[in-house]
Structure formats: structure tokens, C-alpha cells
Design a protein around this ligand. Structure first.
Ligand code: BTN
Length: 318
């Protein structure tokens, strides 16, 4: 679990105390703060949607916690040792933008940013990523000691990590190269990787992932709840972050090769006749997908022989 805020610690203590509740005095002593400060934190938890009963001489009892991807709910659920901090809040412009800001300010590897709503979420190719309530929007700062050209596969590594988490929840997830997440042939989420590097070494990478947990705003999209009716946004968010951390750790010593077969097993377009377009919409390649290579490039069989594509957007030809 990362270092959590006092407010998150109070939420976790209330959750752990269950029906019995916990006294303000005990919370204050445990956290080394005053009872006035405890009351202030309890008030701010209520403002976030926590239903908390408070009574003199009895203390505070949690009635319900919000089903939302907020640091107070996500941070206690994170289990991978990589996590050192979990920032964000109920609404941010973009968790990737916030993670990039933190990375530039020197935030260490393992800094996560989560939000329940994004007002300026961004997708691949500079597109907007509509991010209403009912989603899990997460980003993290990584600092791999890699050359910039070795980072291309990181987008696929993140896809493997997110897919593991969704599979564990019972979602029949598939990945459309490089890392669109689909279920039932409909888009469920996506991954956006951004980085800064010197000429020969990466300074930081921000991996962002957005998953539709329960929103009906995406008319033609899929939602985790269709497959896992009890899924909570914070469980999805923590699972995806832990999944990304686990896949990243496997990737670091020997690259994408150890994860390649797992990626291909969930590759939605394997064996399909597809076209790949660049950011301007121009077609850059066509062919039948035979797999991905050890760098994460898409491998196509074409009439002119094998072709490898390193970037682009895939559409089915028939
Ligand atoms: C895509 O185009 O498929 C990638 C979408 C990535 C969206 C996520 S939501 C969390 C993070 N913050 C952003 O602004 N974008 C990514």
C-alpha cells in the first residue's frame, strides 16, 4: 500500500471498524492528530460521498463509502510494492496531465494518480477521451532505465497488465493492437503512454488507462458491470494499476518477449485482415495479422511478404 493521506487513513480505519465504529479519540491517537482535525477529515469524507454517522461518546461509524475512483478508495486497495503515492481526486482535468506535472516536478516511480471524472481526458492521436462518472481513470509515473526506442513495447505491456486485471474480474477482455481494451467486440477502455527522454535514456514515462466500469454514456461501448455486476470502480482502478505494475516488472529485465505469448492470446485482431492508418488517417499498411514481434510491432502477412508496423490505428478490412 502506498503512503496514504490522513483522510484516506481515516476512511480505511472506519471501513475496518465496521458496525462497531471507532472513537474520534482513537482515530486521533492512531494518526497523531487532534480530534478537531479528525472531525475536519470526517467532514471532508462526507463531502466526497462517504455516509458516516457520528455520535458523542460513541464515535464515527461508516454507513457507506462512495463507489468512485478516488485516492481514498483506491490507495488502500493497491498491493504492488511499486506504489509510493496515490494522488488525484474526484475530478481532475486529466490524470495523465497531472502525472506528467508530478513527474516533471521529480515525483518518483510508483506515483499513481486516479480520478472519478476527467474534464479534459485525452486519448491517442490527440483525441478527447470522454470521462464521465462511472469510470476508472488512472495514470502512473514510471522511470525505467531504458533507451527511448525500447519503450515502444511499454504500451503493450500496460495492455497486458490491464487485461490481467479485467480478466480476474471475469471480463472477457481482448486487446486491439496496440492497446485498445475490448469486451464483446466493443471498446471498454484504452491506454495512453507518454514519455520524456534525453537522446539515450528515458527520463519518465506516464502510463494512463481509462476503463468504463458502469457508465452508460458510451453508447456503443462496453462496461465492466455487464460482466461483473458487483465491480466497484476502486477495485477496477487498483486492479489495473497493480496489473500494470506486475507486467512492467516482468518486462524490465528482458523486454517484451516474455509477455508476447500472453499478449497474443488476447489479441483481438489475430488472424484478421486489417488496415493500419497513421495519425492523419492515411493508410500505412494492410494485411493479415500473424502476431506481434519482440519489440511490440504488429506483424502482417501481405502479398509482398511480411511487414512490421510500429505505430498506428487498426481497422478491420472485412
Ligand atoms: C485511447 O485513445 O484509447 C487511450 C485512452 C486513454 C485514456 C486514459 S484515462 C486516464 C488517462 N488520462 C488521460 O487523459 N488519458 C488516459
Amino acid at each position: 500500500m502506498p503512503a496514504i493521506s490522513r483522510r484516506a487513513a481515516i476512511a480505511a480505519a472506519l471501513e475496518a471498524a465496521g458496525e462497531a465504529g471507532v472513537s474520534g479519540e482513537a482515530l486521533a491517537a492512531d494518526l497523531g492528530i487532534s480530534r478537531v482535525a479528525v472531525n475536519r477529515h470526517v467532514a471532508s469524507l462526507r463531502a466526497l460521498g462517504y455516509e458516516i454517522e457520528s455520535a458523542p461518546r460513541v464515535g464515527h461509524r461508516l454507513v457507506s463509502a462512495p463507489d468512485a475512483c478516488i485516492p481514498e478508495e483506491v490507495s488502500p486497495r493497491l498491493t504492488d510494492p511499486i506504489w509510493v503515492a496515490c494522488e488525484g481526486g474526484p475530478e481532475v482535468i486529466s490524470t495523465n496531465d497531472e502525472a506528467k506535472r508530478l513527474a516533471r516536478a521529480g515525483a518518483p516511480e510508483g506515483t499513481a494518480v486516479v480520478a472519478a471524472v476527467q474534464t479534459g481526458g485525452r486519448g491517442r492521436f490527440g483525441r478527447a477521451w470522454v470521462s464521465p462518472a462511472g469510470g476508472a481513470y488512472v495514470s502512473c509515473v514510471l522511470r525505467p532505465r531504458l533507451a527511448p526506442q525500447e519503450s515502444a513495447a511499454l504500451a503493450l505491456v500496460a495492455g497486458v497488465g490491464a487485461a490481467r486485471a479485467l480478466k480476474a474480474l471475469g471480463v472477457p477482455v481482448r486487446v486491439k493492437w496496440p492497446n485498445d481494451l475490448e469486451a464483446g467486440g466493443r471498446k471498454l477502455g484504452g491506454v495512453l503512454v507518454e514519455m520524456t527522454a534525453d537522446t539515450d535514456v528515458i527520463e519518465w514515462v506516464v502510463v494512463g488507462c481509462g476503463i468504463n466500469v458502469a457508465s452508460r454514456a458510451h453508447e456503443r461501448g462496453a462496461a465492466v458491470r455487464e460482466f461483473c455486476p458487483d465491480a466497484r470502480a476502486a477495485d477496477v482502478a487498483a486492479g489495473v494499476l497493480d496489473g500494470i505494475a506486475g507486467a512492467y516488472r516482468e518486462f524490465l529485465p528482458s523486454g517484451f518477449e516474455p509477455l508476447r505469448a500472453e499478449y497474443e492470446a488476447v489479441l483481438a485482431v489475430l488472424g484478421q485482415d486489417i488496415a493500419v492508418s497513421d495519425a492523419t488517417g492515411s493508410r500505412v499498411a494492410e494485411g493479415v495479422v500473424t502476431g506481434v514481434d519482440a519489440d511490440g510491432a504488429l506483424v502482417l502477412a501481405t502479398p509482398a511478404g511480411e511487414r512490421r508496423v510500429h505505430a498506428g490505428e487498426v481497422t478491420l478490412r472485412r
